[in-house]
Design a protein around this ligand. Structure first.
Ligand code: 4AD
Ligand code: MG
Length: 420
């Protein structure tokens, strides 16, 4: 029986399997709190019962006995255990209260059993499912782009290089260029892949490996691109609030705020954002990119995400379409999460003109040879198109209201860590 289903069986004899989450000894009884993937339940075991001494914290066990309701018990129910089987006897569990962050990362494979990480993993599952559902409902095909690539998508500074047989290859920063190739047959596509960024600094919101949800569509302009993003994000939030309310609340997240996340989201130009930041005394000049501090300042009092649009061409990527009204700007959007979280999505309309794209590549000092195939896409039936990429861990961080991105992924990869 799953622990979640126990309330239907009060007064009956039940059998449950799981792991010992807490253990407390009293004269002639041992109180065990068991957990399985669905919840926790308290068990009272007579001290004389065979095997009870082996039922240490994190031992896996099967118990049977009669179930009663008990308001004071963790989980609200209690099993009076008659039979106990210890399946996997645990050694003394290394994790106790108040451990350092670094230690918990060293034993991440064990810390994953915590209630906090379990709740977050469930939220992520639901967010991923919601995203796929939304894309599927709106006519996008899921595709599987490569992870081993021959050129940068988001600039050389964060590219991971490795020896690939007798040449050099890279780990993908974004599936975008490959998704662009796929819109000529499928029109609307999306992918969910790991993306890699050799981020040289440690921050609260950067991982070296993260899960990237990207969409790309033919015949879609900058404006429609933003409408797609706000609908997708709102759908994901709505589904998570509906299905994972308990987990969110266990993490201390006020779901009332999330319930207000509905389209449309506000749009603000980069120029306007710089003006506001300068007025508030932030040290930023026109032409500079926004960092975490600037994004926090802009979003700390917001309850809904906001689009920042039309950034200076120089600080964005080579593939973005130049704004026809101002050749120093591009038709891009950064979607910032509210409550201080900042960048969740990067998106843009793409340059679909061969000559202009070549010109951009020169400006960004890219070798045309590495991108010949990509230029071909503009040679054979080029089409206006747009797309975007959403960082799944950024989404989970905001929705769960976490102060660090590391807990949104089971095995975080950052500059000083690839273990366990
Ligand atoms: O803004 P970025 O770099 O945009 C792209 O890669 C585009 N080619 C996507 C596209 O248009 N298909 O990355 C997109 C998103 C960011 O907004 C952020 O949410 C996330 O990916 N992201 C990271 N998440 C965690 N750790 C990192 N180091 C991240 N870098 C980017
Ligand atoms: Mg970006």
């Amino acid at each position: 029986m799953r622990i979640k289903d126990l309330p239907k069986h009060v007064g009956e004899r039940v059998k449950v399997r799981g792991w010992v989450f807490r253990r407390r000894e009293l004269k002639d009884k041992v109180f065990l709190v068991l957990r399985d993937s669905t919840g926790i339940v308290q068990c009272v075991v007579p001290s004389s019962l065979k095997g009870v001494e082996k039922a240490r914290i994190e031992s896996s066990v099967i118990v049977s006995g009669s179930l009663k309701k008990d308001e004071r018990a963790p989980g609200g129910h209690e099993i009076a255990v008659e039979k106990l089987k210890v399946v996997g006897e645990a050694e003394v569990f290394p994790i106790t209260k108040d451990q350092s962050v670094e230690f918990l990362l060293d034993v991440r494979h064990l810390w994953l059993r915590s209630r906090k990480l379990t709740a977050i993993m469930k939220v992520k599952d639901t967010a991923l499912r919601a995203a796929r559902e939304w894309f599927h409902k709106h006519g996008f095909w899921e595709v599987t782009p490569p992870i081993i690539v021959s050129g940068a998508c988001e600039g050389g500074a964060t590219l991971f290089k490795f020896k690939y047989f007798d040449r050099t290859a890279f780990l993908s920063q974004s599936a975008q260029l490959y998704l662009e190739a796929l819109i000529y047959s499928l029109e609307k596509v999306y992918s969910l892949t790991p993306s890699f960024r050799a981020e040289k600094s440690r921050t609260r919101r950067h991982l070296a490996e993260y899960w990237h949800l990207e969409g790309e569509a033919a015949w879609v302009d900058h404006e429609e691109n933003m409408r797609i993003q706000e609908q997708l994000v709102s759908y994901m939030v709505k589904k998570v609030v509906k299905e994972r309310k308990e987990e969110l609340e266990s993490l201390g997240r006020d779901v009332k705020i999330l319930k207000r996340v509905k389209p449309p989201f506000k749009r603000m130009t980069y120029d306007k954002a710089i003006e506001i930041l300068q007025r508030r005394g932030m040290e930023i000049e026109w032409g500079e990119d926004l960092g975490a501090d600037e994004e926090r300042e802009l979003t700390k009092d917001l309850r809904k995400p906001i689009f920042l649009t039309n950034y200076p061409r120089k600080i964005k990527a080579f593939y973005m379409k130049v704004d026809p009204r101002d050749e120093n700007k591009v038709l891009n959007d950064d979607l910032l999460s509210p409550e201080g979280y900042g960048e969740l999505i990067g998106g843009s309309q793409r340059e679909d003109d061969l000559e202009k794209l070549k010109e951009n590549m020169k400006l960004f000092k890219l070798r045309p040879k590495d991108y010949e195939w990509y230029l071909d896409l503009r040679r054979y039936g080029s089409v206006p198109h747009s797309g975007f990429g959403l960082g799944m861990e950024r989404f989970v961080m905001w929705v769960c209201r976490l102060d660090h991105i590391r807990d949104t992924i089971p095995f975080p990869r950052v500059i000083n860590r690839a273990y366990p």
